[in-house]
Design a protein around this ligand. Structure first.
Ligand SMILES: [Zn+2]
Length: 278
């Protein structure tokens, strides 16, 4: 691999695991980048090797989420991408980053949200729950690989040795707690991977809820969320109107939770995700 200033490699003096910690997959999310910088400066790796990756450089320089496609959908098989997506900056960047992820037994990918009321939560599949349960988040959710393939965590989960792909959504972009939560998660993650000094016996967060992300609703025409809207992971009952696709009311198909409901201007957009509390 050629040297790349956006990829900082920190190596311990002893052998150990290889993991990746990423920030800035979306260029308008300063939380991960801030936590990464602090971690690079302050954390001493004792065992193994960490790739600290500043992911979407072009979008970050512009302060926008993405330049040509969502980097967090670009880690898919090329067959499932459109011609435009294949030549996009984000796809090319994903191809550059894939070799690092293929070597990693675990990934911590740090995100934040544009929603001021956003609830911090974890995205991972059940084989990573042992880590997720110890992170300082009120919610862990799974099922995303099937409804939103192509994320960094999806790619690591697909490793032949079944890496632990973990994505953390740390809250609102500008909430000062978000980078703190991210940094604390980095420390816990590295302790659990036995890569740093410090107590490895991290207690389980028993108050953490588990949500299955069941499906994603794509618009037929456009979408407006009902007034009053919903907090992320807000519980709603079967039959409750979530919003309107054109003139058609879209209701909760079962008692569950709404995640990321948003107004959409056209067809085929991601209006909301619907999940089930387990
Ligand atoms: Zn993000």
């Amino acid at each position: 691999m050629k040297s790349d200033p956006s990829i900082i490699v920190k190596k311990g003096r002893n052998p150990g695991k290889i993991v990746t910690i990423m920030g800035g997959v979306h260029g308008n999310e300063p939380c991960g980048v801030e936590a990464l910088r602090k971690a690079i400066e302050e954390i001493e790796i004792i065992n193994g090797k960490v790739y600290f990756i500043f992911a979407n450089l072009a979008a970050y320089a512009l302060g926008i989420r993405q330049t040509q496609m969502n980097l967090n959908r670009a880690f898919r098989h090329g067959n499932s991408l459109t011609g435009e997506e294949k030549t996009s900056y984000e796809r090319i960047r994903a191809l550059e980053l894939m070799p690092y992820l293929r070597k990693s037994v675990a990934l911590l990918d740090i995100h934040s949200s544009s929603n001021q009321r956003s609830t911090p939560f974890i995205i991972c599949e059940p084989h990573s729950f042992d880590v997720a349960k110890r992170l300082p988040f009120p919610i862990r959710s799974h099922g995303w690989d099937k409804i939103e393939p192509g994320g960094t965590d999806y790619y690591v989960n697909k490793n032949p040795f079944k890496g632990k792909g973990i994505c953390i959504e740390c809250g609102y972009h500008l909430d000062p707690e978000a980078p703190k939560r991210a940094y604390e998660s980095i420390l816990i993650f590295l302790r659990l991977m036995n890569m740093v000094d410090g107590d490895k016996n991290i207690p389980i967060n028993s108050a953490q809820k588990q949500i299955d992300a069941s499906f994603i609703y794509h618009t037929k025409t456009d979408f407006s969320v009902v007034s009053g809207s919903f907090p992320d992971f807000g519980r709603i009952n079967e039959g409750t109107v979530i919003g309107y696709d054109g003139n058609r009311a879209i209701t909760a198909p079962f008692d569950g939770v709404v995640i990321f409901p948003q107004n959409c201007g056209g067809p085929g957009e991601e209006a909301f995700i619907f999940g089930r509390e387990e």
